[in-house]
Design a binder for this molecule. Sequence first.
Ligand code: ASP
Ligand code: MG
Length: 485
Amino acid sequence: MRRQANGRQRQSRFERGDDLVVMKFGGTSVEDTAAIRRLIGIVQSRLGAQPVVVVSALARVTDQLLEAGSAAAQGHLGTALAIVRSAYVRHEQLADSLVDGSAYSALDHELRDEFRDLESLLHDLEVSRALDLKSQDHLLSFGECFSSRLVKEALCQAGINAAHVDARACIVTDARHGQASPVWDVTEQRLQQTVSPLLESRRVPVLGGFIAATYDGVPTTLGRGGSDFSAAIVGAALCASRVEIWSDVDGVMTADPKLCSDARVIRRMSFDEAAELAHFGAKVLHPSTLAPAMRENIPVYVLNSRRPEGEGTEIVARAKGGNVVSAITAKRTVAAVEIESTQGVDSELLRAVYAAFYRHSCAVDLMATSLRHISLLVGSTAALPLIAADLRGVADVRWENHKALVCLVGENIRRQPEVASRIFAAVADMDVRVVCQAASDRTITFLVEESKVDESVQRLHGIFFSQPEPARDWGGISSAFCQAG
Ligand code: ASP
Ligand code: MG
């Protein structure tokens, strides 16, 4: 029985739900023989619980598939085939080094069949001369199909009773290709029907992350980096006791370590803080990952597969006290849009503006209004000329490129006025533009020129993280994480 975030209790169909751990391994954690051997060791260390394994495609494979797809759609079939053949050789070599005997022959057969289908898709793309999002999802789904089959056999070879589960048969989404969302009820039902019997017979299910299908079985994907989201979906559907995201970083960091050499791992943070960080550009988790975990109140751990003994970051429901600022992140290539109407801003204008941005699928990050202006931030300017044309006669639309949004995240950041004054004193000599701390209690964000973003993050990190990490009061919440093995 699990207590949900809303206090309701939910019974898992899988009776040992309390011991269930979903382990997601990212591309670099399955990139070569050594990485897959480390994965095997980590899964072995969790056999005291009941693991479910979710894997990304091997590092770089998704990008290669995209490259092959666009080459084929431009008529360069030879280039496209050469790219996927090199990926095929890489998978074959891994299979050869990790799996023996008849299991190897069976795997070899499966990989060969899948690659044949992939090649035939590339032929189709060459003929149609178009790579739309629907074909792109089909194309990209091969990466996780290959990796999940490979990892399943490698686990079996190591004596673990693994079973391959086709994620496309279990995770059902809408048809928004490229960035599909799960249809929750059907997904939950299918995952329970498929995965629970395997768990009951003590098998270790292995699924490809990122990939799913519509109700009618058309392949979809959950957006780049979507394997994290898959793991959270599986965890929520099966009432897991934790979700582990295994990657090649030590955890969620206080800032990008490439920018701040003294950035450190955040030991514990709240779901909300982590969700804000993912939303504002931190690369460590797919932004949708936290929602299912939050709803079912499942702790999420971000761990390093190269250093499995590390503590990583624990992401749980509530955090109190501790450092006021948990982390600093930045979203680059932001454009600032100004919409001006001489008639003034009213609900009519807002409706027209929303409709225009929606029509052209242009995601809006932040919004502020004044008497005659609406200020927006967007990640891409591609649709802005069309939006400006739609609004002609109603409002003038202008925009400026090369901005970046700096974001400070912390549970109570907004309740401490001195934090904002320290922040703005630190960047007083920079051209700081839109300042917005109203939207969320947990963030303070501001806009700077892209050329100034590194310096502002470094200065702020220096100010807020020069002291060692203070202890946090976790309001009686204890860690559900036990380092097994
Ligand atoms: N392979 C996919 C990507 O590269 C999904 C993932 O790795 O999470 O985006
Ligand atoms: Mg990722």
